[in-house]
Design a binder for this molecule. Structure first.
Ligand SMILES: [Zn+2]
Length: 99
């Protein structure tokens, strides 16, 4: 350790039967970013919500609007929880929404 403090933040991803992935990411500032992207492709953040359930719903709504994926089938993975480490030093100026 070099004096940086680490925080564990949570993220959820869900893989859908049409090749798109919905992602919700907790940010160091305590909000939740949500976006959709084709599998393996980067995307900018579509929504910033104040809670994970809102963010998941926002991501699902964005998926429906963009791809017409109205309902998940049993080919979809459902939301899967991940954790990721954030160095607070790196996180002081989060620019998740501006990339
Ligand atoms: Zn689905």
């Amino acid at each position: 350790m070099t004096g940086k403090s680490l925080r564990m933040l949570v993220a959820w991803t869900a893989q859908h039967d049409n090749g798109w992935v919905t992602t919700v990411l907790e940010t160091p500032s305590g909000s939740f970013s949500a976006w959709v992207a084709r599998e393996g492709e980067a995307s900018s953040v579509d929504y910033a919500e104040d809670g994970p359930e809102h963010a998941k719903r926002a991501a699902e709504a964005a998926l429906k609007i963009r791809t017409g994926h109205a309902e998940c089938s049993n080919q979809c993975s459902g939301w899967t929880l991940h954790t990721h480490e954030v160095h607070l030093e790196d996180a002081e100026g989060p620019n998740l929404s501006s990339s």
